[in-house]
Every structure is written in structure tokens, then in C-alpha cells.
Design a protein. Structure first.
Length: 383
């Protein structure tokens, strides 16, 4: 196959490159040529020409799509809507809208090269934050990894659908996510937080999250039929979607679980139920949400986080304490109190105890001294 790279100068004075190649004519048909423009460097153009040559030589050539990245993203989102959970689909849509389309949405999908993706990740790490309560402007590497996974899935589907030849993400390494210890509350901090929450309408939320290890979305999705105030057990089977529009069944069997609450938490819930029934009046329902607004609707997780911040301020806790901190604190306090790892793992909904150990092993009291003394008793008969 004949093909070459050409250089062109744009009106603004910048230099760009393009590819021209024989468009795989059928035997006996006149020769046709195809041009693809828009490459910023000669290396990008050479890479695209190599892809085309490989596709033609291996019988996998097809006419590249003229769709823009933003256009294909809309199509892909519509296609995967029935294959993923609404919460997951919402995350895909928001990240593509906020972090991808503003930067490479105007690029034809057939022109996207690994360098485009690398430049995108560098930009997001440097100046990608949309909503910031700090002076930081860059996205956390973990957020960029989430963007990478979405793009990899989208471009992978484009390859399978013969929209593009090669997945550009396959040649890009996402940023490394630094490991950090999870923030947990000490016993005194946990008590201060509970005291600060007593005068808040989120008191029941704080007590439930801290005494069960449930995620904020799981607590927000709890309804009264899933709480047995006699036995003190709650059934966690649903999570609230990010936009608060629907409760979604949790993915795995282990994540759908029952947790026994301590007596003080049950007492708090009984008082909370009586107060909410009186406050809601005609909006009250025995099947309603435990944590709800003035008309009985569930409260979005993002709204819970903002209102939770007011409680942490009263408790004189830092910005690093958020609703998910309560889950980590539950695990830490339970393990320090001697609760078996298997029980903590089950209450957290972890797939195995190994997951719990990987995250919280440093919170388990050291048993080295006990082991040494036990061996001494066995070997030398010491008491």
C-alpha cells in the first residue's frame, strides 16, 4: 500500500501534518486516495499511517468514521445504558461531559492518537478540577484513572464496532495513584462528632453510618421496612443513585447484608422515627425513607456531604472528615475492640476478609506479645 505524510501550515501560522494513502481499491477499480488531517506532530501522522497499513495487510481495513469524539461518546452512552447500572451510567456521562469532551470532543475519533490521551491526562492532573473548595486545581490521580477506564471502554467498543482501527488508550499508562492511610476518627473524636450531631436533623444518619459501617448512599436508601427496631437489625440491600432519583440494588450477594446495631443506636432510631412521623404529617409513610427531606423524599448523597460539613465544624474536625470517614471509623473501632475480621468484613459488605485486612490490618491490635507468652507456656511451662 502506498502512503505518505504531508505537512501543512494553518492560517494561524501553526504547523500540522496529515496522511495520504491508497484507499484499498477493489481489483480492477481505479485508484483512490484518502487524506486524514489534523495531526499535531509528524510522529502522530506516522503512527496513524502504520495503523492503516497494518489493517490493510491483515484484511481488517474499513473506512474510518468521521464522527467526532463527542458524537461517538453520546452514541456509546446510549448503547451501554442497558448494560450498566444507572449510577454507573451517570458517572460515565458526567466524566465525559466534564473532563473529556471539553478538550478532545471536537477531534474526529479516527484521528485520536495516544498523545492526545496523554496530553488530556496531563491537563486534568494540572488543571482539571471543576469544583474545588481548596486552592488545588488539578484532579486527583484516582479521578484521572476513572477517566482512563471510561475512555478505554469507549475506544475499545469503537474498535470492536469497526469505527477506529486501534484503541489509543491501549498505548497509554494512567497515572499512578499514591497509597495513603484512610482517615479514621479516634474514640474521642467520634464522641465529639456524635455530640455535635445531636442537634442536627442528620443525627440519625451519623449514628447509622458510625454504628453499621454502611456507605452514605446505603444509609440514604434505607427505608423503615428494612429496619427491625425489635431485634436491632438493619438490612442493607440498596444504594441511592448519585442524583438521588432512585434506589439501586447493590451489585453482589456479599454487599447485600444484615447488620446488628448497638442498643443506643436503636434507641436513637426509635426517637427519630417518632419525630419524623410527627414532622411529616400527611407525607409520612411506613414504607418511607429513614433519612428524608421535609416531604419524605430521599436526600442526595452530595447534599448529605454538604450538611455533614456543618456537623464536623461544630465538632472542630478538619476538612479531611467526610461521610465515608464514618465507615472507616466503624471498621477501625470494631477491630480495635476485638470484633473478628470476618464479622467486620461481613458488616462492611466486603467480598472477602482479605479485602478488610488489606485496608484495615494496621488497626488490629498487635498480638505478638500474646503469641510469645503462649509459646513460652507451651515450651518451658512458664505461667
Amino acid at each position: 500500500m502506498r502512503g505518505s505524510i504531508f505537512k501543512r501550515r494553518y492560517r494561524d501560522g501553526s504547523i500540522g501534518y496529515g496522511v495520504i494513502y491508497d484507499n484499498h481499491p477493489e481489483p480492477g477499480k481505479p485508484r483512490k486516495q484518502k487524506r486524514i488531517r489534523g495531526f499535531r506532530t509528524k510522529k502522530e501522522a506516522e503512527h496513524k499511517l502504520t495503523e492503516i497499513r497494518w489493517a490493510i495487510q491483515n484484511g481488517g481495513y474499513y473506512e474510518p468514521s468521521k464522527s467526532l469524539v463527542s458524537e461517538y461518546a453520546d452514541k456509546w452512552l446510549a448503547e451501554v445504558a442497558h448494560r450498566v447500572r444507572p449510577f454507573t451510567h451517570y458517572g460515565y456521562k458526567e466524566r465525559l461531559k466534564d473532563y473529556v469532551c471539553p478538550h478532545i470532543g471536537h477531534v474526529p475519533i479516527a484521528w485520536v492518537q495516544p498523545q492526545h490521551v496523554k496530553d488530556l491526562y496531563d491537563l486534568l492532573l494540572r488543571d482539571g478540577r471543576k469544583r474545588s473548595r481548596t486552592t488545588k486545581t488539578g484532579l486527583h490521580p484516582r479521578s484521572v484513572v476513572h477517566v482512563h477506564r471510561i475512555l478505554n471502554a469507549m475506544f475499545g467498543e469503537a474498535v470492536r464496532s469497526k469505527v477506529i482501527f486501534v484503541n489509543p488508550c491501549a498505548h497509554v499508562r494512567p497515572p499512578r495513584v499514591p497509597q495513603r492511610e484512610q482517615r479514621v476518627l479516634s474514640e474521642s473524636e467520634a464522641r465529639s462528632l456524635v455530640q455535635a450531631a445531636e442537634s442536627s436533623d442528620l443525627y440519625a444518619f451519623v449514628v447509622l453510618a458510625l454504628s453499621s459501617g454502611a456507605r452514605a448512599g446505603e444509609v440514604a436508601a434505607l427505608t423503615w421496612p428494612r429496619i427491625d427496631l425489635e431485634s436491632g437489625r438493619i438490612t442493607i440491600a440498596y444504594g441511592l443513585s448519585k442524583d438521588g432519583s432512585a434506589s439501586e440494588e447493590l451489585k453482589t450477594k456479599r454487599s447485600r447484608r444484615s447488620v446488628t446495631l448497638p442498643p443506643w443506636a436503636v434507641t436513637v432510631l426509635k426517637v427519630h422515627r417518632a419525630k419524623r412521623k410527627l414532622a411529616l404529617g400527611e407525607f409520612w409513610s411506613d414504607d418511607g425513607f429513614v433519612i428524608s427531606d421535609k416531604v419524605g423524599r430521599p436526600i442526595r448523597v452530595t447534599d448529605l456531604a454538604w450538611r455533614f460539613r456543618e456537623i464536623t465544624k461544630r465538632a472542630h474536625l478538619g476538612l479531611d472528615v467526610h461521610p465515608h470517614t464514618l465507615r472507616h471509623t466503624y471498621a477501625s473501632l470494631a477491630l480495635k475492640a476485638g470484633v473478628p475480621v470476618t464479622t467486620v468484613a461481613a458488616n462492611l459488605g466486603h467480598s472477602s476478609s482479605a479485602t478488610t485486612m488489606n485496608v484495615y490490618a494496621h488497626h488490629i491490635p498487635s498480638s505478638e506479645d500474646a503469641a510469645a507468652k503462649a509459646l513460652e507456656r507451651v515450651l518451658v511451662g512458664a505461667s
